[in-house]
Design a protein around this ligand. Structure first.
Ligand code: GLY
Length: 365
């Protein structure tokens, strides 16, 4: 509530800073989470009511998995890991089970994860064999001295870490097989198949004010030559920094890489913050001597929802100007969750300690 009152005053306050002083068991401690399950030409006329309900249920299940961990005082890292695993296990999404096929009718999966508290990160590119690729990204972060592993070496690392392994045909679904068959038969191009459907991601702020972001995908239908998209690239598809935000992206990876979307958004938020404090300070009344009656301290200030939305929209706009499509989910250290996408729809959801709990599919909801 305090956040909203202060938002109206244009001088918003500090859920995460307050939260940092609370114990994880404090039920008033602020937390937030947002998820996506892909963006693309997602329109009502293309989705049956049954599929619509199935997707919403899948998003709600993933969201509740992360929310419960955060509500119980768990970390943002644990919340997003568990949330992404739920979506990887659901064949509706292009990640884990249900991943799209490459030109050679194999599956090559990408994933990444980042902890905003120390900016440690892990990623896996072009992998298979691991049931939940997000766990491999996390193992790279926690158990190796590296940030990104790829291909056969990453698969070997996964086995050495004891992560659950599956046979190569585990990821296959009839829908994805039909898509690659149509591409290979040249009935459609890989671009006509909406390859942006289904990358999954989650961002969160926990009750200690720590942030995390993660992304997992099968990439692009018909990809070849070891193509890697934005999802495993820290700064493009995933970024988290407790000073600014946590971002996970979905869409045409090449464009997200060129703009460095996730890092660009976080940097702009970090840079905008001191400027916004200065602007707010100028609105404070002065005394008879011309001195401000009080000084706005950084720890008592946060960017407004509108400021954050504007930054996210401008970076997505720049990515779109280059020809890319897709979107992002974003969490701030002040408890906000934001979506930005330039596609007709994005599978998405968000929840927080103030009672927000919603999922969405189409752009107009
Ligand atoms: N955004 C997923 C990909 O381009 O691979």
């Amino acid at each position: 509530m305090m956040r909203y009152i202060l938002t109206m005053l244009g001088m918003i306050s500090l859920p995460s800073a307050l939260a940092a002083q609370t114990s994880p068991a404090d039920e008033d401690a602020a937390w937030s989470i947002a998820i996506h399950g892909g963006a693309g030409t997602i329109k009502r006329e293309n989705i049956t009511p049954e599929k619509d309900a199935e997707i919403r249920a899948a998003l709600a299940k993933a969201l509740e998995t992360g929310s419960k961990i955060l509500r119980d005082g768990g970390s943002a890292m644990d919340a997003i890991t568990a949330t992404i695993m739920v979506m990887e296990d659901n064949p509706n999404f292009n990640a884990g089970k249900g991943a799209v096929f490459t030109w050679d009718k194999t599956n090559e999966l990408d994933s990444s994860i980042m902890d905003g508290s120390d900016r440690s990160a892990g990623a896996a590119a072009g992998i298979n064999g691991t049931k939940n690729p997000i766990l491999l990204a996390r193992a790279v972060k926690d158990k190796s001295p590296h940030v990104m592993l790829s291909g056969a070496g990453a698969n070997q690392f996964s086995r050495e870490q004891g992560l659950e392994q599956v046979s190569p045909d585990y990821y296959a679904t009839s829908r994805r097989l039909e898509q690659i068959e149509r591409v290979l038969a040249k009935e459609v191009s890989a671009k006509d198949i909406d390859y942006k459907f289904g990358t999954v991601g989650a961002v969160a702020m926990d009750s200690n004010g720590n942030m995390a972001a993660g992304t997992s995908t099968g990439g692009m239908t018909g990809k070849r030559w070891g193509r890697i998209g934005d999802s495993p690239i820290i700064g493009a598809g995933t970024y988290a920094d407790d000073r600014a935000c946590a971002v996970s992206a979905t869409g045409s990876g090449e464009y997200f890489i060129r703009v460095g979307v996730a890092h660009e958004i976080c940097t702009r938020i970090r840079m905008r913050w001191p400027v916004a404090i200065e602007e707010a300070q100028k609105t404070v009344p002065k005394d008879a001597d011309g001195n401000y009656t009080y000084a706005i301290h950084a720890s008592e200030f946060m960017l407004s929802d509108e400021d954050v939305q504007k930054i996210a929209d401008s970076v997505i706009g720049e990515m779109g100007d280059l020809g890319g499509t897709g979107g992002i989910i974003l969490a701030t250290p002040w408890g906000q969750t934001i979506y930005s996408f330039n596609t007709p729809g994005m599978y998405r959801g968000r929840a927080d300690s103030e009672g927000e709990k919603s999922v969405g599919i189409y752009g107009d909801e």
